[in-house]
Design a protein around this ligand. Structure first.
Ligand SMILES: Cc1cc2nc3c(=O)[nH]c(=O)nc-3n(C[C@H](O)[C@H](O)[C@H](O)COP(=O)(O)O)c2cc1C
Length: 400
C-alpha cells in the first residue's frame, strides 16, 4: 500500500461525512438555476457578513455569470494551448536494478508546514455558482482522502455577493488539507485590500492566500481590469499585514525568474509558476467574448507565455529554496514527476481535475490513483526512494 493510500485510510471517518455533504449538494444541484442575488443566505455557518455593500448588484451578477461561463467554456471548448510545457525535452534515466520494493516508495511531502500524502495540488478553479459548489465539494472530499493540497477559485465573487460564500466553504469537508484562498492581485488596485483578503482567508479557514497575476486574461476579457500600476508595493504591504503566507501565481502564462525575484523580495512565501502549455486563458476569454476585437485578441495570444519547464528551471536557478509549485499543462504523473525533478515542490493540475470532478467523485479518485501510480513508478524505475532522490544529479536529463 502506498503512503498516500494509508493516509486515505486514516481520514476514512471524515470521508463518510464528506460523501454525505457531496451527496446533499448533488441533490441540490441545478446547473440552470438562475442566480438570485436577493435570496436568503444559504450558508449554514453564518459566514455571510456583507463586507462590500458598495458593489452594485449588476457588477456582482456579472462576476457570477463570468464564473459560470468559465466552467462552461473549460468543460465544452478546446481551451488547451498549442504550446508545449517544455517537459518533453527531458527524459528520466531508467534504472534497471532499483534495489527498492515499490511498496516502500514514499511520495509524502511537506509544503508550507503541512504534510501531504502526495506532491499534488488541485489548482485554484472555482466557486460562486451551484455547479461550482458541487465541484468544490467533490474536489475537497478527494483532497482530504488522499492528503492533497487544494485551491479554490477567485473569491471576488463572494466579496461582492456574500450569499455565495458557502459555494467555497470546503473546510468542513476537508478539515486537514493544505487549503488556499484566492484573489486576483489586480483587485488590490480596484477597491480591495487587506480587509477583504483577511475576510476571504477567514471564510475559508485557509492556510495561505494565492494572489493570481493574469495581465493577458484581463486584456482579453471584455471590460477586464488592466491597471496593474503600483501592484508590487501593494503585494508587499499585504504580505506584511496578513497572518498567513501569500503565494504568487500566474494562470497559464508563466512567471519569469526576474519577476519571481521581485515577488520574493516583496515577501511572497511561495510561487506557483502556472506556465504556458496547458489551459489558455486567452482562448477561454476569446470564446466568451462577443466583441470581434476581443475574440481576435484572444486568438492571437492563445499560445503566449513562458513554458512551465522554463519557469521552473529559471526560478530554481535564482531561488534555490523558495517553495515552488509547478503547474500549467501537467496532464499525467510522468509530467508531474519531471516538474518535481526539475525542482518544483508540488505539481498542480487544474483542467484534468475539473473534467473529472464534473463527471463524478469516482472519476476524481481514479485520476488521483493514476497520478499517484505514475509518480511512484517514476521513482521506482529511477531507483529513487523519495521525492528528494528524484532531484539527484543524473536522474533527469535532457533529450533521449
Ligand atoms: C475553470 C477554471 C477556472 C480557473 N479559475 C482560476 C481562478 O479563479 N484563480 C486562479 O488563480 N486560477 C484559476 N484558474 C487557473 C488554474 O489554476 C491554472 O493556473 C491554469 O488553468 C493552468 O493549469 P492547467 O493547464 O492544469 O489547467 C482556473 C482554471 C480553470 C480550468
Amino acid at each position: 500500500m502506498s503512503n498516500a493510500s494509508s493516509h486515505g485510510k486514516l481520514v476514512g471517518q471524515n470521508n463518510l461525512r464528506s460523501q454525505r455533504l457531496v451527496f446533499q449538494s448533488i441533490q441540490r444541484l441545478s446547473i440552470e438555476t438562475p442566480v438570485n442575488l436577493h435570496s436568503s443566505c444559504s450558508d449554514p455557518n453564518g459566514l455571510c457578513q456583507p463586507i462590500n455593500q458598495a458593489v452594485a448588484p449588476e457588477q456582482a451578477l456579472a462576476t457570477q455569470n463570468r464564473k459560470a461561463d468559465h466552467l462552461r467554456v473549460c468543460l465544452e471548448e478546446d481551451v488547451q494551448s498549442c504550446r508545449s510545457t517544455g517537459l518533453e525535452r527531458y527524459r528520466f534515466t531508467h534504472c534497471c536494478l532499483p534495489e527498492l520494493d515499490r511498496h516502500d516508495i514514499n511520495i509524502t511531502t511537506q509544503f508550507l508546514g503541512k504534510t501531504l500524502g502526495a506532491p499534488l495540488l488541485i489548482s485554484s478553479m472555482t466557486g460562486g455558482t451551484e455547479l461550482a459548489r458541487l465541484i468544490n465539494y467533490r474536489l475537497a472530499a478527494v483532497a482530504q482522502r488522499y492528503g492533497l493540497a487544494m485551491g479554490v477559485g477567485s473569491q471576488r465573487v463572494a466579496i461582492e455577493n456574500p450569499e455565495v460564500v458557502s459555494t467555497f466553504a470546503v473546510r468542513a469537508i476537508a478539515p486537514d488539507i493544505l487549503l488556499f484562498a484566492n484573489l486576483g492581485a489586480v483587485q488590490l488596485n480596484y477597491r480591495y485590500g487587506v480587509k477583504e483578503c483577511l475576510q476571504i482567508v477567514e471564510w475559508l479557514a485557509a492556510d495561505a492566500l494565492v494572489l493570481h497575476l493574469n495581465p493577458l486574461q484581463e486584456c482579453v476579457q471584455t471590460h477586464g481590469d488592466t491597471n496593474f500600476k503600483g501592484l508590487l508595493a501593494k503585494i508587499e504591504q499585504l504580505c506584511q499585514a496578513l497572518p498567513v503566507p501569500v503565494i504568487a501565481k500566474e494562470v497559464g502564462n508563466g512567471i519569469s525568474a526576474r519577476m519571481a525575484q521581485r515577488l520574493i523580495e516583496a515577501g511572497v512565501a511561495a510561487i506557483d509558476v502556472a506556465g504556458a502549455g496547458g489551459t489558455s486563458w486567452a482562448k477561454v476569454e476569446s470564446e466568451r467574448a462577443h466583441d470581434p476585437l476581443q475574440r481576435r485578441l484572444g486568438q492571437t495570444f492563445a499560445n503566449w507565455g513562458i513554458s512551465t519547464a522554463d519557469c521552473i528551471t529559471s526560478i530554481r536557478s535564482i531561488a534555490p529554496t523558495i517553495p515552488l509549485i509547478a503547474s500549467g499543462g501537467l496532464r499525467n504523473g510522468l509530467e508531474a514527476a519531471k516538474a518535481l525533478a526539475l525542482g518544483a515542490n508540488l505539481a498542480g493540475l487544474a483542467l484534468p481535475f475539473l473534467q473529472a470532478a464534473a463527471e463524478s467523485e469516482l472519476a476524481l479518485e481514479q485520476l488521483v490513483e493514476a497520478l499517484i501510480a505514475e509518480i511512484s513508478t517514476v521513482l521506482f524505475c529511477t531507483g529513487s526512494a523519495t521525492l528528494s532522490d528524484l532531484r539527484q544529479p543524473g536522474v533527469l536529463g535532457v533529450g533521449g
